[in-house]
Each structure stands twice: as structure tokens, then as C-alpha cells.
Design a binder for this molecule. Structure first.
Ligand SMILES: [Zn+2]
Length: 308
């Protein structure tokens, strides 16, 4: 039996967005379709995401922010929570499932039922700060999962590795100056969100990368920093903010990675998890906006997680 858990939304069409918005339900569908086409789907343990109560979001967000999100949520149609971030009548229901899937994965991986997990979720979360929506994100799914994981008796330190082309500013803002969480973020620089790149905090490892950097140079920049940071920190659990928008075909980033680089990134993370974290990894989908590139990259990520 495979020991990789795959958590999907129970409803792919939840969280509607304006026509042609890049963060669309077609993204999850593309990932699932590719996994089915190659047969890898058969090797995964598929579960539907379970909702969590909004009160749990307050572990990493200001209470007033969460309450206000629910107050402004429209009964029908759509408003803009910020210029980039459409909030539809069905968004918060999807958000409860996206965040809930991280909680579910933490329970199942830290108890040893599965070795690792991939949560194919939306909306994404890593730009959401304690007090604001940002960049298609409402609730910081990976940060919530990390904070929740620390309530487990066997988890005292969590490492979050964010390889989305955009820096995980929300995750960094939530965990800066903490000694029980380390955040490593590799990202195109200078680029959106352009906010926490020069932060001075021992537990925040930024890896800025120039536009048009391709596989070989990317790996040279990332590998030593990630290995050094993880070896010093010795996490009990590794979480991944898995954005696939550093792919060369992605319309929203200008790095030149290919599918194989996501296989490599995953294997690198798995070797660190094996050394320090009993192999425990939970990965949560962030960006990736070219459907073909997203599907292929996520496939290689999940393939690596299954040990193939
Ligand atoms: Zn991104």
C-alpha cells in the first residue's frame, strides 16, 4: 500500500472567480486529470477535504480580520477583498476545506497513518498575513497547518519550505522571530510581493533568485541553503508551500524551471525529512497558472512523494 495521502476538495467548483482569472477551478481539475492519465492516481490514498470551523483560523490570524471576512462575504455574486483577490459567495466554504485539508493531513501524518501528503487545494494561502488578504489568498493554509502541528506531542519544530515563484510573505509575517518554526522561501527577486525580502530574523531563510534563472543555476542556489538550514534546525515535520509558477511556461513568473526541477525539489526535501523528521512531509498547493505546466509539475512532485 502506498503511504502518500492526496487530499482534494470535495467540490472542485467551489470558490468561483471572474472569467479568465488565473486562479481558477480548472487548476485542480488539470492536476487530477494528469494523475489519472498516467495511472499514478491508483497509487495514492485519496480523501476529500473536511471543513474546519472559522474559529481555528484565529490560531494564525487576527480574530477581527476573520470575523470581518465573514461579515463582508457576499450572499451571492462576488466582491473584491483587495484588488487581486475576489471574494465570492462560495469562497469561504472553499477556504474552510482548503485549510481543513491541512489539519486533516497533520492528524494523519503525525499519527503515522501516512508517510506524506499532498493537499490539492484552493484558494491558496501563503500571501495571507495575520490581518489581510493578498494575492488570491484569504487564510494561510500552510501556516495554520504548522501552528496546529505544534499542538501534537511529537512535533516541537516545523520547517516550511516555500518554492512558489512568489515569496511567502504571509507565512513569514506570521512566524518571524519564532524558534519553533523555520520558513525557507525561494522566490524571484525583485518581484511581487516585494515585502519581506530583507527581513532580519534568524528563522527566516530567504533565497532570492533573479528572473530567467533556469534549472542548473536554481539548484546551485537553493540546495546548499536548504540543506544547511534544515541541518541546523532539525525539524520534526516539514511542510511545503508547493507553488508551481516558477515553471518556464507559467504566465505569472519569470523563472525557467521545468517539471524535473519539481521532482528534484521534492527529493531534496524528502532526503531532509528522512534525516530529521522521520520522513514526514505535508505539501499544500499554492500557485501555478499554466494548466499544462501545473499538471505536469504537480505530477512530478506527487510522483516523488510516492517514492517512484
Ligand atoms: Zn505564486
Amino acid at each position: 500500500m502506498s503511504s502518500t495521502l492526496f487530499i482534494q476538495h470535495s467540490h472542485f467548483d467551489q470558490h468561483s472567480v471572474p472569467p479568465n482569472h488565473p486562479e481558477s477551478p480548472l487548476r485542480n481539475l488539470a492536476v487530477e486529470t494528469r494523475l489519472r492519465q498516467t495511472g499514478l492516481w491508483q497509487d495514492l490514498n485519496i480523501q476529500n477535504a473536511q471543513s474546519v470551523n472559522r474559529e481555528l483560523f484565529k490560531l494564525v490570524h487576527k480574530a477581527g480580520y476573520i470575523d470581518q471576512l465573514y461579515q463582508i462575504s457576499p450572499a451571492k455574486g462576488m466582491i473584491l477583498a483587495d484588488p487581486d483577490t475576489p471574494l465570492s459567495f462560495d469562497t469561504l466554504k472553499a477556504t474552510e476545506e482548503a485549510a481543513g485539508s491541512g489539519i486533516q493531513a497533520i492528524d494523519l501524518v503525525t499519527s503515522g497513518q501516512y508517510q506524506n501528503a499532498f493537499c490539492a487545494i484552493r484558494p491558496p494561502g501563503h500571501h495571507a498575513e495575520p490581518n489581510k488578504t493578498m494575492g488570491f489568498c484569504f487564510v494561510n493554509n500552510v501556516a495554520l497547518a504548522a501552528q496546529y502541528a505544534l499542538s501534537k506531542a511529537n512535533i516541537n519544530k516545523v520547517l516550511i519550505f516555500d518554492f512558489d515563484v512568489h515569496q511567502g510573505n504571509g507565512t513569514i509575517e506570521i512566524f518571524k522571530d519564532r524558534d519553533d518554526v523555520m520558513v525557507i522561501s525561494s522566490f524571484q527577486h525583485p518581484y511581487y510581493p516585494n515585502s519581506h525580502w530583507n527581513i532580519k530574523s534568524e528563522n527566516i531563510i530567504n533565497i532570492p533568485i533573479e528572473a530567467e534563472t533556469a534549472s542548473t543555476q536554481f539548484r546551485r542556489l537553493v540546495e546548499p541553503k536548504v540543506i544547511k538550514a534544515a541541518s541546523m534546525f532539525k525539524p520534526d515535520l516539514i511542510l511545503i508551500s508547493a507553488g508551481f509558477d516558477a515553471h518556464t511556461d507559467d504566465p505569472m513568473g519569470e523563472l525557467d524551471l521545468i517539471e524535473d526541477d519539481y521532482y528534484w525539489l521534492t527529493k531534496l526535501t524528502m532526503s531532509l525529512a528522512k534525516d530529521h523528521s522521520q520522513g514526514r512531509i505535508i505539501s499544500m498547493l499554492e500557485g501555478g497558472y499554466n494548466l499544462e505546466a501545473l499538471a505536469n509539475s504537480a505530477h512530478e512532485h506527487v510522483r516523488a512523494l510516492t517514492g517512484k
